[in-house]
Design a protein. Structure first.
Length: 409
């Protein structure tokens, strides 16, 4: 792997891992506050209005659009120049991600799909929370081979791509054609800007904000505007002059970090600038205001009802069967090699960790079941399943036989 790409991967994983640990803390804090004397203030704050929208709406449809913007940037970069840039590198994570989406959906449908109104939740256990999962791997240190972190990141990127498609196709209702047309027109303007090598990110931001407003009014979930805008951000720099080429050569000799600082593309600049704010701000804030559920009014029967049970089993059982089974079949079938320095217990531990669905699962759950009482059961299923998957994956990897590994990321 070229040094600049490896360096970018190291930075990505470190930020995601640290953000994942903060996300865990925010989820625990939400549960504690929601079941404390401060519960009324907590739930009141979520429902309070800031301008025309509630605080929850601003977070889930506004700030999370920035999260999806970052997701789109990561997807574009990984497919064009990262670990998913060649056909051979996509085989294993694509098959694993496919199994990790399909089998949890089947498990959920078998458990809860037959209940009236619950079939809409089939996609809730389909996605992996990369920040949370990398946070667990960070706690394991050298016991987690580099190749495992790379594979997890690749699976999660494809997972996010599938989740975005699911949201667009299955959770979009009551389209307003005029705002949708304006949103599409805005995206086309961004595409033209890209073609004419416009590099000013503030221009992309201005048009992107207009796209977000149009999509918000159209009935399509506004966060998808973030992905659409991300895909138009230029990744490559324009043809360089001789002077710029010399700067490139000098910077590259000084090291990949210096090179990126001196000659970053607009996409690299935006991703680098957004990533810490999303990892340490937006996602923990989303987690804090979406993980809180008052458990006092819930009976044991409701906690084990089909909805939370189907979600939890989809995350814990469906993910490990789907991902481990797909990787096992691909390796044994000669389609792809086993990741370097990783054994089958490492792969099994990875498959368990992919059952941490937290952020995207809560997000899809809110789209599928906006009713507050039903959404509380979604939260119970997501939190319960994610905790079991996290503990299971950690223990499997903690006691897996160590293998020699190169420099840790």
């Amino acid at each position: 792997m070229p040094d600049p790409i490896l360096d970018a991967l190291r930075s990505f994983i470190r930020i995601e891992a640290a953000g994942g640990i903060l996300l865990m803390a925010s989820a625990v804090a939400a549960l504690l506050v929601a079941n404390s004397p401060f519960a009324d203030a907590y739930f009141g704050a979520k429902a309070s209005y800031i301008g025309p929208l509630t605080l929850s709406y601003w977070i889930n449809d506004g700030l999370m659009a920035l999260f999806f913007l970052l997701v789109g940037l990561e997807i574009k970069r990984e497919f064009l120049e990262g670990q998913l840039s060649t056909a051979s590198s996509r085989i294993l994570p694509a098959l694993a991600a496919g199994g990790g989406v399909a089998v949890p959906a089947i498990v959920y449908t078998m458990v809860a799909g037959g209940e009236p109104g619950l079939s809409r939740g089939w996609a809730i256990p389909a996605a992996t929370d990369i920040a949370f999962a990398l946070g667990i791997l960070a706690l394991l240190g050298s016991r987690a081979p580099i190749s495992l972190k790379v594979l997890l990141t690749a699976i999660a990127v494809i997972d996010d791509l599938v989740a975005v498609a699911i949201i667009a196709i299955f959770y979009t209702e009551d389209l307003a054609l005029l705002p949708l047309g304006l949103g599409v027109a805005g995206v086309l303007v961004l595409v033209v800007m890209n073609r004419f090598n416009v590099r000013n990110l503030w221009l992309y931001a201005a048009v992107g904000l207009a796209v977000w407003v149009a999509v918000l009014l159209s009935g399509v979930h506004a966060t998808l505007a973030g992905v659409a805008v991300a895909l138009t951000i230029p990744l490559k720099n324009p043809v360089r002059t001789a002077e710029a080429a010399k700067l490139d050569a000098d910077a590259e000799m000084e090291g990949p970090e210096t090179y990126e600082e001196k000659r970053p593309s607009p996409l690299h600049r935006l991703e680098h600038g957004l990533h810490p704010w999303i990892a340490f701000g937006v996602i923990p804030l989303f987690g804090f205001f979406n993980a809180g559920v008052a458990l006092g009014g819930m009976s044991p029967a409701s906690l084990a009802s089909p909805l939370p049970l189907g979600i939890a089993l989809g995350l814990v059982i469906g993910k490990q069967i789907g991902i481990f089974g797909a990787i096992f079949a691909a390796v044994k079938g000669g389609l792809a090699p086993l990741p370097e320095n990783a054994g089958w217990m490492h792969i099994y531990g990875l498959s368990l960790l992919c059952g941490i669905g937290f952020t995207m699962s809560l997000f899809i759950g809110g789209l599928a079941f906006p009713d507050p009482a039903t959404l509380d059961l979604v939260r119970v299923g997501v939190l319960g399943g994610s905790v079991v998957a996290a503990l299971g994956g950690y223990l499997v990897l903690r006691f897996s036989k160590a293998k020699p590994a190169p420099e840790a990321i």
